[in-house]
Design a protein around this ligand. Sequence first.
Ligand SMILES: [Zn+2]
Length: 304
Amino acid sequence: MTKIIDIHTHVGDIFHENRNITFKTNIKKGDYEDPFVEVERSGYTKPLIVSDQKEHQRLIDAGQYRVWECTLENFLIDMTESKVDYACLLPVLPNTSFEEYLAASKLDNRLLPFTCPDFSLKIPELEKKLELDLSRGARALKIHPILQNISLEDPKVEAAVEVFGKADLPTIFHVGENSYYGPDKNYPSNPEFGNPRYFYEFAPRFKNYPLIAAHCCLIAEDFANNTKGLDNVYTDTTMCSAELMKKGVELIGEDKILFGTDYPFGTFKYSVEEVRRAFNDDERMLNKVFFENAAKLLKFSENK
Ligand SMILES: [Zn+2]
């Protein structure tokens, strides 16, 4: 049986309501309308992002409820149930931090903490903080241009990617233009910064550093066309149907596709099912997508 690393998960409230969720206990799933359930039950064939404003608001609300239930306790129960062996925890500052994920990883060694740049710092301090995180066990770097309200053209992004690139460790970017807040909220956030073109322009400038563009298996064809000849780009299978995963492997490459859920927005159960459906009894591909590709990239071995 192949091992599973989930390259893309979150615990706690990554949004700006910023409730301290990670270490709460006994939080049960509430009863609310949840379009994420409809999408996962369709095998990720029903589109998640829709243009209808009212429908999108339902998604925003459900996303918010989901993160408020996303305690470490609930996360670990789901992880165990779906036999996911390791999960990478991706913080989004200022709302969730490397420090809380590092603490979580000390409580359970199936958790691999990533860090995130503190863009409120000046570049030298920002670099120093990331170097410290690296020395404390940060496995990789996460950047969320929309929630962190930063363009990939900002020199602070380059500085952060340099720190991990020099250590030959990857940076994972949120890619995809979508809004996380309805018209009633006024948080600083810029959906346009998620437009894939920013990543397409960024990636060739950092050819020697491994870069993961999250969610791009969903746009496999566009992604492959715009990153032609680049050997440093990877993507994850978040919110993907089996059909799209197969397309991703074919167009982007079998070493470039990493299993990811974007938990709590995607769930372990349905995401694992889709990978198994995509690659069926092809043990070699299952092993690559579920484990080997990510393990190589993160220099992860089970005995340390
Ligand atoms: Zn995510």
